[in-house]
Design a protein around this ligand. Structure first.
Ligand code: NDP
Length: 485
């Protein structure tokens, strides 16, 4: 399985993916431009400053490639690009906490405040042992473009900790969250920085974090999103990323006269995004056949129906169990462990019409992308952030597989967080239908904006370029107007 190949090992030596994995560019009209010398200089300076941040380099490289035609047309925006690759502020702090047996543990907490040109910093908190500055900077950088694409006034940020909530009791998670917030609270605020959830941070963690913030700040304010409905949360926020992903994919399929009706769909992950992507695929008449967690994936050729999905939700959200239990529960389905299985026995070698990677970064590599192409996948839409390596993206684009980058297709989560902020400011709650229809419209608009921008810059059907350029232009205009400080 690919999770061990988390990044291009040559990045730290300053070698880009296009050098490591040269791919013949068969149709310059639909592919991202290779970096020109101007962009290469920006990229080299990013690597020189932080040589040990491969995930951040990967995210920056993709954006710089997309922006080549923009900077050629608007050289005045080059200083904006040079400025955007540097975070406005990075906060790192110690998070000491005691487990149930009284033993002290010390984790690291972070908040990356990347860009505030168009609004307060906004972006999730990730609790996962892999968390480090490189991963959070990549996520914060992506978030800037994503938030811009939503059309809502939100800057970009991201944070988290190398704490692993897996296997911890509720009271341990609570003590950790309280200690984390003891430091974070002084750096955030409803008009300054509004964190939300991400991997390992769901409703339970947001509740504990909010309670501690309220106590320390001595005020009730919408400083976090993803809150419970009883204390200022928005209906549809838990569903939003997964639903929005499928709305985006629906729009993309429609441009080629296709739909989810009768389509088989592979989904990775079994957390928040994966669960609600699965639910919306079912709503639209599709047939989800896979789900996974870090231990492996299940394949159910008969399809994961509503009853099975509700069992998975209970397993993951309440019992906090492993996905392998699905195969014991439902005869006819199989579980395949992630290690040491070869990729050819993996989730992405299953024949499907649509693939929705919803677990984590770099989960589909070039080899797996080729398997999907061989099996005639129609569309791949990223629910996770950067789940496809640059090599995989090139494989999809060169083979004309419809491909939706996460910063466009998973923007529904943060968009609905923006709607939660609006409701908190209004001291008012919209109905489920109202929020869902606003979310749907935002995803339709993001799709249209990305598609039209790609077309305008001579790269039709290239949603990667369209999303990067459209997201960039709004932030660039705001940064320029504010004097690039
Ligand atoms: P959850 O923690 O709810 O679920 C994550 C899922 O991915 C779990 O099934 C987890 O398995 C699996 N996973 C996580 N890390 C790894 C790994 N290294 N290897 C294999 N499997 C892994 O997170 P979300 O669903 O919220 O987030 C999933 C992705 O979507 C992330 O990339 C996140 O950044 C992105 N995203 C989330 C948004 C949101 O609103 N929640 C918004 C936009 C993007 P296990 O339980 O075994 O760890």
């Amino acid at each position: 399985m690919i999770f061990t190949e988390l990044f291009n090992p040559y990045h730290s030596k300053g070698v880009s993916w296009s050098t490591v994995c040269p791919i013949t560019r068969i149709d310059s009209e639909t592919l991202v431009n290779p970096m020109d010398n101007t962009m290469k200089k920006v990229y080299d300076s990013v690597i020189a400053r932080d040589p040990n941040q491969p995930e951040f380099h990967q995210a920056v490289e993709e954006v710089l490639e997309s922006l080549v035609p923009v900077i050629q047309a608007h050289p005045e925006y080059l200083p904006v690009v040079e400025s955007m690759v540097e975070a406005e502020r990075i906060i790192q702090f110690k998070v000491p906490w005691y487990d149930d047996s009284g033993k002290l543990h010390v984790n690291r907490g972070f908040r990356i405040q990347m860009n505030s040109a168009i609004g307060p910093y906004k972006g999730g908190l990730r609790f996962h042992p892999s968390v480090n500055q490189s991963i959070l900077k990549f996520l914060a950088f992506e978030q800037v473009f994503k938030n811009s694409l939503t059309g809502l006034p939100m800057g970009g940020g991201k944070g988290g900790s190398d704490f692993d909530p897996k296997g911890k009791t509720d009271s341990e998670v609570m003590r950790f969250c309280q200690s984390f917030m003891m430091e974070l609270w002084r750096h955030i605020g409803a008009n300054l920085d509004v964190p939300a959830g991400d991997i390992g941070v769901g409703g339970r963690e947001i509740g504990f974090l909010f309670g501690m913030y309220k106590k320390l700040a001595n005020e009730f304010t919408g400083v976090l999103t993803g809150k419970g409905i009883s204390y200022g949360g928005s209906l549809i926020r838990p569903e939003a990323t997964g639903y929005g992903l499928v709305y985006f994919a629906r729009e993309m399929l429609a441009t080629k006269g296709k739909s989810f009706e009768g389509a088989s769909v592979s989904i990775s992950g079994s957390g928040n995004v994966a669960q609600f992507a699965c639910e919306k695929v079912l709503d639209l008449g599709g047939k989800p056949v896979t789900m996974s967690d870090s231990s492996g994936f299940i394949h159910d050729p008969k399809g994961i129906d509503r009853e099975k999905l509700s069992w998975i939700m209970d397993l993951k959200n309440k019992r906090r169990g492993r996905i392998s239990e699905y195969a014991q529960k439902y005869p006819g389905s199989t579980f395949t462990a992630s290690e040491p299985e070869p990729a050819s026995n993996g989730l992405w070698n299953i024949e499907v019409d649509v693939a929705l990677p919803c677990a984590t970064q770099n989960e589909i590599n070039g080899e797996e992308a080729k398997m999907l192409v061989k099996n005639k996948v129609m569309a791949v839409a990223e629910g996770a952030n950067m789940p496809c390596t640059p090599e995989a993206v090139e494989v999809f684009l060169t083979n004309r597989v419809m491909f939706a980058p996460g910063k466009a297709s998973n923007a529904g989560g943060v968009a609905t967080s923006g709607l939660e902020m609006s409701q908190n400011s209004l001291r008012y709650n919209w109905t489920r239908e109202e929020v869902d229809s606003k979310l749907d419209q935002i995803m339709v608009d993001i799709h249209k904006n990305a598609a039209e921008t790609a077309e305008k810059y001579g790269m039709p059907d290239n949603y990667v370029a369209g999303a990067n350029i459209a997201g960039f232009l709004k932030v660039a205009e705001a940064m320029t107007a504010q004097g690039l400080i």
